[in-house]
Design a protein around this ligand. Structure first.
Ligand code: HEC
Length: 151
């Protein structure tokens, strides 16, 4: 997102030269998005959405303190194991004492459900003890790609 904002920022400076700012804004956004897509395709190094290797790094940094997905992820002592979490019913790991809120949420952790939950856990499941939001969509996609690999 930061990258996109930066692109929108720089695109509008060049574009404003001949146009009124207000008229230009939507066009600039479209141009910026096209630019983003084009640069990704052209460079060929931009990782595709859902880069599991990067997801593991993010996991180790932000989740490993409380969750375990692989033995080298961290201590994992304060949250449920996330091995096999994709496709699992929320609050169903037998070794962990979940909040009633999460158990009663009736969710199945599909990639979409995980994406929503990780965006704002306590908004999606009010009363959950899961404290860590991941605001960046790419980090979420990468995390979910990683979680798909731990079964
Ligand atoms: C400070 C500890 C902590 C951190 C850091 C943390 N979590 Fe959690 N997480 C929890 C706890 C505690 C629960 C159980 C919540 C409940 O019972 O309401 C949980 C629950 C979950 C669940 C639901 C699991 C299930 O079995 O239903 C998922 C998915 C999850 N966390 C993903 C993550 C991810 C991904 C990260 C890193 C971005 C993360 N968590 C970071 C403590 C943490």
């Amino acid at each position: 997102m930061e990258g996109l904002e930066r692109m929108v920022g720089s695109a509008s400076t060049t574009f404003e030269v001949g146009c009124s700012v207000r008229r230009a804004a939507p066009i600039v956004l479209v141009l910026a998005l096209m630019n983003l897509a084009a640069s990704g395709a052209a460079i060929g190094q931009t990782p595709p959405l859902g880069d599991a290797a990067h997801g593991k790094v993010v996991f180790q940094q932000r989740c490993g303190l409380c969750h375990l997905a692989a033995p080298d992820d961290g201590d994992g002592g304060q949250g449920p194991s996330l091995v096999g979490v994709v496709g699992r019913k929320a609050g169903s790991s037998p070794e962990f004492g979940y909040t009633d809120a999460l158990k009663a949420s009736g969710r199945i952790w599909t990639p979409q459900a995980l994406d929503a939950f990780l965006t704002a856990p306590s908004t999606v499941v009010p009363g959950t003890a899961m404290p860590m939001a991941v605001p960046n969509p790419k980090d979420r996609a990468d995390l979910i790609a990683y979680l798909k690999t731990v079964k």
